[in-house]
Design a protein around this ligand. Structure first.
Ligand code: NAD
Length: 485
């Protein structure tokens, strides 16, 4: 084991940066503890301006050769990268679980396979970029050119999967990368660095600077040699990044928070709807897309709530490494205090918890799945993102009222809707403000489709061509017709 490495769930993980194909240590370090039981996992290098400068420099140096490889050349290496992720899945999954408390089974079955697919999908999609637009006088040859160094900044709730969702298109587009992983769960992204090397990615194509957001992250997004900033995280942090980006006119892509509605029409399959309401507690509610405001037609509200309670009664809260667990811990004591604060204030304001409402006996950071009734629209629980296992329950008597309740928010990330009458369901879905509206399903994110948020939930879209529209410089070569001999 090298000096600055640690064993997490039996897997060796470097606790240093990855810059120009080398491990680089900082004297300053930050501690990482597992939310499962508070175990100290690692002291990780805390980067600052000089580490960021070195990483951006390494990425800038690697850029011309990476860009010159072209989509075909890059696809060869990216396919290997995707395969290497699959090979290391059994290592990545338990490290991610120890680091951020997410379900081990979810990481094994869904998140890590998806991470591999994120790389493979965009490698292939890049081969189809570009088009020709014919007009009367010219032929427009539309090219997707590599744009330079991309800064990627990612959150702790699904760091490995969400990071690869950016790494895949950025690398396929010909960008080189400096990644700043989240300080509350930095370890799986350290594995990503060595996996990229095992796949044969040239030195400097993918760099990782670990550190605190307000230091390493802030320094990265303010760097003048960064050509693109792709950020997933909170709306508040996005505002700070937006200010920094404005100085250099650096284009940004923001995937932010939400307060999504979960609408149940009276004719819905209530069993399916109830099961899906219960699924909003997965990840202990630390899921940006979670439908945290259940908006149900009054005529079926009691019946649906009985079914939701039944589903919640069967939901195991506890150690995320256990196969039967469905709700693990919150990420950090500070976050626990924040979630608890929302719940206490909601009680004081007259909200009634019809399920849960406090700490769970499973451990210090475990919170009961909580469902509130009696939350008024002007209360913060209706308006602000809690990012914990806390939902509120509202009823409506007309579709107009349902839409009005759903749209009464500053966010617009996602919406979920259950209903059997297609015309009615689609009419409501079309009028809800959201980047994604799921009808009779939840959480299915097809990489070919656009994903992102309206209003304060984001800027831009990821997925399919939209990722390349962001990472590439799009150029038109307009050739006068019949002008060549
Ligand atoms: P956060 O905004 O606190 O941190 C996200 C990242 O930004 C971290 O890596 C952090 O170190 C970094 N950061 C913090 N301050 C910075 C600064 N001044 N400059 C540059 N970087 C900085 O978010 P979080 O608590 O890690 O994640 C939870 C939030 O992320 C929630 O709001 C959630 O809804 C959102 N989220 C959104 C999506 C989506 O796809 N829309 C997905 C997952 C999470």
């Amino acid at each position: 084991m090298s000096a600055n490495a640690t064993k997490v769930a039996g897997v060796e993980v470097s606790t240093d940066h990855w810059i120009g194909g080398q491990r680089v240590a900082s004297n300053e370090r930050f501690s990482v503890h597992s939310p499962i039981d508070g175990t100290h996992l690692a002291d990780v290098s805390a980067g600052g301006e000089s580490e960021v400068a070195a990483a951006v420099d390494a990425a800038r140096t690697a850029f011309p050769a990476w860009a010159a490889l072209g989509p075909q050349g890059r696809a060869k290496l990216l396919r290997r990268f995707a395969e290497e992720i699959t090979k290391r899945a059994e290592d990545i999954a338990p490290v991610e679980t120890a680091d951020n408390g997410s379900l081990l089974i979810g990481n094994k079955m869904a998140m890590i396979p998806r991470a591999s697919h994120n790389i493979a999908f965009f490698a292939e999609r890049a081969l189809e970029l570009g088009e020709t637009i014919d007009s009367e006088h010219v032929t427009n040859h539309v090219r997707y050119e590599p744009s330079g160094v991309a800064a990627l900044v990612t959150p702790w709730n699904a760091p490995f999967m969400l990071t690869t969702w950016k790494v895949g298109p950025a690398l396929a587009a010909g960008s080189t990368i400096v990644l700043k992983p989240p300080e509350w769960a930095p370890l799986s992204c350290s594995l990503l660095a060595e996996i990229s090397a095992a796949a044969g990615l040239p030195d400097g194509v993918l760099n990782v600077v670990q550190g605190i957001g307000e230091v390493a992250g802030a320094s990265l997004v303010a760097h003048p040699d960064v050509a693109r900033i792709s950020f997933t995280g909170s709306t508040a942090t996005a505002r700070a990044i937006g200010h920094a980006a404005a100085e250099n006119l650096t284009p940004v892509s923001f995937e932010l928070g939400g307060k999504s509605p979960f609408i149940v029409l009276g004719d819905a399959d209530l069993d399916a709807a109830a099961k899906t309401v219960a699924n909003q507690y997965m990840g202990a509610g630390q899921v940006c897309l979670a439908g945290t405001r259940v908006i149900v037609e009054a005529s079926v509200a009691d019946e649906l709530q009985a079914k939701v309670r039944e589903a919640l009664g069967a939901m195991v809260v506890g150690d995320p490494r256990e196969k039967t667990t469905r709700v693990g811990p919150l990420i950090h004591p500070d976050h626990f205090t924040r979630v608890e604060g929302f719940v206490e204030r909601a009680k004081q304001a007259g909200g009634r918890p019809v399920w849960g409402g406090g700490r769970h006996e499973a451990g210090d950071l475990y919170f009961q799945p909580t469902l509130f009734e009696g939350i008024e629209r002007d209360h913060e629980l209706f308006r602000k993102e809690v990012f914990g296992p806390v939902l509120s329950w509202h009823t409506f008597s007309s579709d107009e009222e349902a839409i009005e309740l759903a749209n009464d928010q500053e966010y617009g990330l996602a919406a979920t809707l259950f209903g059997r009458d297609e015309a009615r369901a689609m009419a409501v879905a079309d009028r809800v403000v959201a980047g994604t509206t799921w009808v009779n399903c939840f959480f299915i994110r097809d990489l070919a489709a656009p994903f992102g948020g309206a209003r304060n939930s984001g800027i831009g879209r990821e997925g399919g061509i939209w990722s390349f529209d962001f990472f590439c410089d799009i150029k038109n070569v307009a050739v006068k017709k019949d002008s060549f001999a």
